[in-house]
Design a protein around this ligand. Structure first.
Ligand code: ASP
Length: 328
């Protein structure tokens, strides 16, 4: 079995008693009775809502070095923002080594705590050569999900992680990973960078929206993701404000529905996806708003914007790549 390094960041898996103090990485591994050859990196001890961009940049750097040394990796963190960490690592660590991200929904002191089982499954994935070359994987409830699809879909269920529109790519059965499907393309064709100082706004539209939050998207931000209605729709009166912002910074059009891809030409009236794209917005395709924000952040950190403006074709191609409609 390959060597595995475990990075612990905190989260429910370490929240015995539910107060602010979190268990050490050593204690988290001890709950499982983890094998002694596992290398522990007690990285942070925070709820995942408090993981910062600086934490993520440092984590990605450490994970990159670790996989370059030939180790598989497990990242253990809270489930609330797990999908964003996993997708970011997928974009930053283009490696054949398995990287599994896991956590828990039930505290270690509650009946039916799922942390030990999830950690055991993630360790099995990270050590298994059959899990190489799949990109970063989210492993919970004996399911293996590709990071680009995985989402937390329920506030309390231990089966909260799902891949809407795709499904899990494998399962863990009797302690062994079984891969059923492989992602069609790597998440990124070359490793992207992540600059914590880049700011990307995420604005979710709501019925009757008058655009006050869009007005707040000023020069503090280098990019904007709009979580729009349905397949990429906005009120007709927000088209001009969105087009104005898209002249300054990239504006990515995502869907707030939680599944499916944005469309391009099914509806053509004011505020339709066709209208918005022809006013300069960039389609997120199948990426949900949170993941679209992560991808846009990495592109802006990797030279897709500068004093002369932003590289719209490059950003559009990167999103299209994950839609299976083009190569970045
Ligand atoms: N689910 C939370 C998290 O994502 C729980 C916590 O506060 O630890 O970290």
């Amino acid at each position: 079995m390959a060597r595995v390094t475990v990075f612990t960041l905190g989260g429910t898996i370490s929240a015995r008693g539910g107060d602010a103090a979190r268990m050490t990485g050593q204690e988290v591994l001890a709950e499982l009775g983890a094998p002694e050859d596992v290398v522990l990196r007690d990285f942070r001890r925070v709820p995942s809502s408090s993981v910062t961009h600086e934490d993520l940049a440092a984590l990605a750097e450490e994970v990159r070095k670790t996989v370059a040394d030939g180790s598989g990796v497990v990242v253990v963190q809270g489930t609330d923002t797990l999908e964003e960490t996993a997708f970011l690592l997928d974009l930053l660590c283009t490696t054949e080594q398995p990287i599994a991200v896991t956590g828990a929904m039930r505290r270690p002191d509650l009946p039916g705590a799922d942390g030990p089982a999830n950690l055991a499954a993630a360790l099995a994935v990270a050590a298994d050569p059959a899990c190489r070359g799949l990109g970063v994987l989210v492993v919970l409830a004996d399911e293996i999900h590709a990071a680009r699809h995985a989402r937390k879909t329920h506030t309390t269920s231990v089966a909260t992680f799902a891949s809407p529109g795709a499904g899990p790519i494998g399962t863990v059965v009797e302690g062994e990973p079984r891969i059923l499907l492989r992602p069609a393309v790597p998440a990124a064709l070359c490793p992207l960078r992540f600059d914590p100082s880049v700011r990307v706004a995420l604005v979710t539209l709501s019925q009757g929206d008058r655009g006050e939050l869009l007005e707040a998207v000023d020069d503090r931000f280098q990019g904007l993701v709009v979580a729009a209605f349905g397949a990429g729709h906005a009120p007709a009166w927000l088209v001009d404000p969105l087009a104005d912002i898209a002249r300054r910074i990239p504006v990515v059009l995502a869907s707030r529905t939680g599944g499916g891809t944005t469309l391009s030409h099914t509806y053509r009236g004011p505020g339709s996806e066709y209208d918005l794209l022809h006013h300069g917005l960039i389609p997120a395709g199948p990426l949900d708003p949170a993941k679209a924000r992560v991808l846009l952040h990495t592109l802006l950190s990797s030279g897709a914007a500068g004093p002369a403006g932003y590289d719209r074709p490059r950003i559009t191609a990167a999103f299209a790549h994950l839609n299976g409609t083009g190569l970045a």
